[in-house]
Design a protein around this ligand. Structure first.
Ligand SMILES: Nc1ncnc2c1ncn2[C@@H]1O[C@H](COP(=O)(O)OP(=O)(O)O)[C@@H](O)[C@H]1O
Ligand SMILES: [Mg+2]
Length: 454
C-alpha cells in the first residue's frame, strides 16, 4: 500500500451501530442506506484533508495529518448523518473513535498498538457518539472546534488493553450528548475502598494493599523512591491487586502503568512505550525512537523527578524484552533519587534459574529501597465466599484450583462439569513449558475423569 501518511497520524474509526438489526429492518433498502452513509463520510473526510485507509462492511478507517481536522470531520460527519433522511423512518447511528499515534507503515498498511487502541476506543462508543483518546484530546486542547467541546469521561479499562485509557467525548452542539457509560469497558473506580457488595470485591488483600500504601506514604513523605517486587503465579491476582491499589490512590499520586505482552518476540521497550504514551515529552521521544536503555532510563528518571509522587507499575515483567530489563535495572538502582513508587510484577513460577529477570531481581532485591511482596493464593474461606452464590462445592473448588482466583472465577463462570476453555488453555500454556515427562503426566491427568485431583 502506498501513499499512506507517516509520522504522527490521527485515526478516525467509524462503525454503524446495530447494523444487523438495521439490515433486518430495512431489507433491500439497507444497501441504499449503507451507500448514503459512505458517501456522507467520504465527502466529509475529504473536505478535512483525511485519507480513507480501509473500509469493511459498515466500518471505515480514516487517517488525518492533523488531529484538529479528524475531530472536525467527526463533528461534521455526525451532523450530516443526523440531518440525512434515512429510509423507512429509521435512523442510522454511527459510533466514532479517534486516537493519535505514530504507527508503523508497511506494504500491507498501518500497524501498531496505536491502531488497536483507536479500534478499542471506537468499539466503546455508542451510535452517534465520538470518543477520543487522551493523546488526541491533549493535542486538541488549544484548538478551536466550531460547535463542539471536549468532555472528560474519566478513565476506563478498554477491553484487551492492560492499562486504563483516559477517554473524552466530543460534544456536538445540537446533537445528543448524553450516553450510557462507554460499552465493553469497565470504569476505573476512583478512590473507593473495596466494597463487600460489588462483584469485583478483592478478597484477602487488605494486608497487601496496606503494605503498598505504607510504601507510597513513605515515598510521599520523604520524596525518596521505593521499589516493590510483586510476585505470584499466573492468575493469583497480581494485576487485580495493583489496579485496586492504583485506583485507591489516584487522588494523591500520578499513575503510570506499563504492561508486557506474552509474545515470543516482545515489543522492544514494550511497557515503557505505554508509559511514554501517557507522559509524552522527552521520554516519548526517546522511547519511540528506540533509544538505548541508558537514554531511556535517564529520560524516565527525569520524568519521575519532575512530579510530586508517581506510582509506576510495570506489569508482567517475566515477558519483558531485554532493553526493558536494562532500563528497570538502571532505574531500580537509583529509585530513591526520585519521588516514585515503582511496582514490578512478575510470575515467579515461570522464572527459570537463568532467566534474565531472575538475575535482575537478585541484584535489585538487596537494595535498601526495595521490598518483596509475595501474592499468594486465596484461602479455603475466600474460595468458599466465591463459591457460595453459585451453589458449588467449595471444598472441591478449592482443591481443584489451589486457591487460584483466576481458575476459581473461570470455573464458576462456566459452572458446567466440563473444564472451561480458559482454564484449559492456561494449563496447556503452562504445560508447554514443562519437561516432556511432566507434560506427559499432566496430559494423562488432564484426560482422566474429573475427580482426579490436579
Ligand atoms: N483477591 C481476589 N479476590 C477475588 N477475585 C480475585 C482476587 N484477585 C484476583 N481475582 C480475580 O482473578 C482473576 C485473575 O486475576 P489477575 O489479577 O488477572 O491475575 P494475575 O495478574 O496474577 O495473572 C481476575 O478475574 C480477578 O478479578
Ligand atoms: Mg496479570
Amino acid at each position: 500500500m502506498t501513499g499512506l501518511l507517516t509520522g504522527t497520524v490521527t485515526f478516525l474509526f467509524t462503525d454503524i451501530e446495530g447494523s444487523t438489526e438495521l439490515l433486518k429492518r430495512l431489507g433491500k433498502h439497507y444497501g441504499d442506506a449503507l451507500a448514503a452513509h459512505r458517501r456522507i463520510l467520504r465527502a466529509t473526510v475529504r473536505d478535512h484533508g483525511g485519507e480513507e485507509v480501509d473500509t469493511q462492511g459498515d466500518s471505515f478507517l480514516f487517517a488525518f495529518p492533523r488531529a484538529e481536522e479528524a475531530a472536525a470531520a467527526a463533528v461534521d460527519g455526525q451532523r450530516a448523518l443526523a440531518a440525512h433522511d434515512w429510509p423507512a423512518g429509521t435512523r442510522l447511528l454511527v459510533r466514532m473513535g479517534i486516537h493519535t499515534a505514530e504507527p508503523t507503515v508497511s506494504d500491507e498498511g498501518y500497524y501498531g498498538l496505536g491502531l488497536h487502541r483507536a479500534a478499542r476506543i471506537m468499539a466503546a462508543a455508542h451510535g452517534g457518539q465520538v470518543l477520543l483518546s487522551l493523546a488526541t484530546s491533549s493535542i486538541l486542547e488549544d484548538a478551536t472546534l466550531p460547535g463542539a467541546t471536549l468532555h472528560d469521561l474519566g478513565e476506563h479499562w478498554l477491553k484487551d488493553l492492560d492499562r486504563p485509557e483516559h477517554i473524552y467525548q466530543l460534544d456536538v452542539a445540537g446533537l445528543r450528548t448524553a450516553f450510557p457509560p462507554p460499552g465493553g469497558v469497565q470504569r476505573v473506580r476512583t478512590a473507593q475502598p473495596a466494597t463487600a457488595d460489588g462483584t469485583d470485591e478483592l478478597l484477602e488483600r487488605s494486608e497487601a494493599l496496606s503494605t503498598l500504601a505504607d510504601s507510597l506514604a513513605a515515598v510521599a513523605e520523604t520524596a525518596r523512591g521505593q521499589l516493590v517486587l510483586a510476585s505470584g503465579e499466573a492468575g493469583v491476582g497480581k494485576t487485580a491487586l495493583l489496579r485496586r491499589f492504583c485506583d485507591d490512590h489516584r487522588q494523591s499520586a500520578r499513575i503510570l502503568w506499563g504492561a508486557c505482552d506474552p509474545l515470543f518476540t516482545p515489543r522492544p521497550l514494550g511497557p515503557l512505550l505505554d508509559v511514554a504514551e501517557l507522559v509524552g515529552g522527552e521520554l516519548a521521544g526517546v522511547v519511540q525512537q528506540g533509544g538505548k536503555p541508558h537514554a531511556v532510563a535517564t529520560a524516565l528518571m527525569q520524568e519521575l523527578g519532575s512530579r510530586e509522587t508517581t506510582i509506576l507499575v510495570l506489569d508482567d515483567l517475566h515477558w519483558a524484552d531485554e532493553a526493558t530489563l536494562d532500563v528497570v535495572a538502571l532505574v531500580g538502582r537509583r529509585i530513591d533519587a526520585v519521588p516514585a513508587l515503582a511496582v514490578l510484577s512478575y510470575r515467579d513460577d515461570e522464572l527459570e534459574r537463568r532467566h534474565p529477570l531472575r538475575i535482575l531481581l537478585g541484584a535489585l532485591a538487596t537494595a535498601r529501597s526495595a521490598r518483596r511482596l509475595e501474592i499468594g493464593a486465596l484461602t479455603r474461606e475466600a474460595i468458599s465466599r466465591l463459591a457460595e452464590p453459585h451453589g458449588v462445592d467449595a471444598g472441591e473448588l478449592f482443591q481443584k484450583t489451589g486457591g487460584n482466583p483466576f481458575f476459581a472465577t473461570e470455573a464458576l463462570a462456566a459452572q458446567e462439569a466440563e473444564l472451561p476453555h480458559t482454564v484449559r488453555e492456561a494449563v496447556l500454556a503452562r504445560a508447554a513449558r514443562l519437561t516432556p515427562h511432566a507434560a506427559a503426566l499432566l496430559e494423562a491427568v488432564a484426560v482422566a475423569p474429573p475427580h482426579v485431583p490436579l
